[in-house]
Design a binder for this molecule. Structure first.
Ligand code: R5P
Length: 322
């Protein structure tokens, strides 16, 4: 049976989740107006993953939502075991919905004797038996090509842009905290109809970056600084300080994936940043909630829910972003 005939025959869509981000999975199900699939994802006494799907999924169109946030390896393994379980339970199609795709920052060999983990993780997800993938704001768009199956790339852009439109900041400028983020910053600058600037950042270690100069005018302006990930918070905190030195007014940071590891919360709290807006691709832990009023969490559940609905009904997903 070809894929089209197969999917047209499906009236049975189910959404399951592992333990990485159940709140998001529940919100996606609320959007779709379906109950979350019934599964047990626990641990054996030795730490191995114990998984059982508690309902019939034979012939169904299955979506498994799992963010690869910390604990990264546990969450990745849960996803792989989930896919294996769904495949063996005779689902018609399996889609991995990965709101945050980890190991993405090693996407090429930029020096000798290093792995390309973004490709390795794509290989093992495919090998587990998934038919398609939905991913959100991949660190590098070319990671799509690491999967030899259909991948729908979803952007948090409409949600974050909507937030900044509602703030209606006077005299604002979009800033990319590094050269790699210029394309996405340009999209925001176009949508918000404001100018953009770029911080010249160089990474000198896993937790250290060096900032050279700022290209563009930020003096006296409210800054909307957009980055895909905040991990240790080093890049954003340092960029914010440099922007302040250049005379920026209030600094607003918008980020899709709040990994916020190590001392990130402390770094962001101590930086000259008015607000950090993040999405719920990754749940915030108790410590990062200490950022209090400085952090705003925007949900991307509607976007992911709509993408899932469109995939199920064979409608365009890219039409969501025009
Ligand atoms: C880098 O290319 C990314 O877009 C982020 O700027 C970076 O991964 C953030 O890392 P950290 O928060 O540890 O500086």
């Amino acid at each position: 049976m070809d894929q089209k005939t197969l999917i047209e025959g499906l009236d049975n869509m189910k959404v399951f989740t592992g333990n990485s981000n159940p709140d998001l999975a529940n919100k996606i199900c609320d959007y779709l107006d379906i109950p979350l699939g019934d599964a047990y994802v626990g641990r054996f006494p030795d730490g191995e993953i114990d998984l059982k799907i508690n309902e019939d999924i034979r012939g169904a169109d299955i979506f498994v939502v799992q963010s690869l946030c910390p604990p990264v390896n546990e969450n990745l393994m849960e996803l792989l075991i989930f896919i294996d379980c769904i495949k063996r339970a005779s689902a018609a199609r399996i889609t991995a919905v990965i709101p945050y795709y980890a190991y993405a920052r090693k996407d090429r060999k930029d020096e000798g004797r290093v792995p390309i983990t973004a490709k390795l993780v794509a290989n093992i997800i495919c090998e587990a038996g998934v038919d398609r993938v939905v991913a959100m704001d991949l660190h590098a768009a070319q990671i799509q090509g690491f999967f030899d199956i259909p991948l729908d790339h979803i952007y948090a852009f409409p949600v974050l842009c909507g937030h900044y439109k509602s703030l209606n900041l006077p005299n604002a400028v979009v800033v990319s905290p590094d050269v790699g983020g210029i394309k996405i910053a340009r999209a925001y600058s176009k949508k918000l109809n404001i100018k953009m600037a770029v911080v010249d950042k160089r990474r000198v270690g896993p937790e250290e970056t060096e900032v050279g100069f700022v290209i563009g005018d930020v003096a006296g302006k409210n800054v909307i600084m957009i980055d895909d990930i905040i991990a240790t918070g080093g890049s954003i905190a340092q960029a914010a300080r440099v922007l302040k030195e250049k005379g920026a007014n209030d600094i607003y940071v918008g980020t899709t994936h709040p990994v916020l590891c190590g001392a990130a919360a402390e770094k962001l709290r101590g930086a000259p940043i008015k607000e950090v807006a993040v999405t719920d691709t990754i749940p915030l832990d108790r410590r990062t909630k200490l950022l209090g009023e400085k952090i705003s969490v925007l949900t991307i559940s509607g976007l992911l829910g709509e993408a899932i609905r469109r995939i199920h009904t064979n409608e365009s997903v890219s039409a969501l972003f025009v």
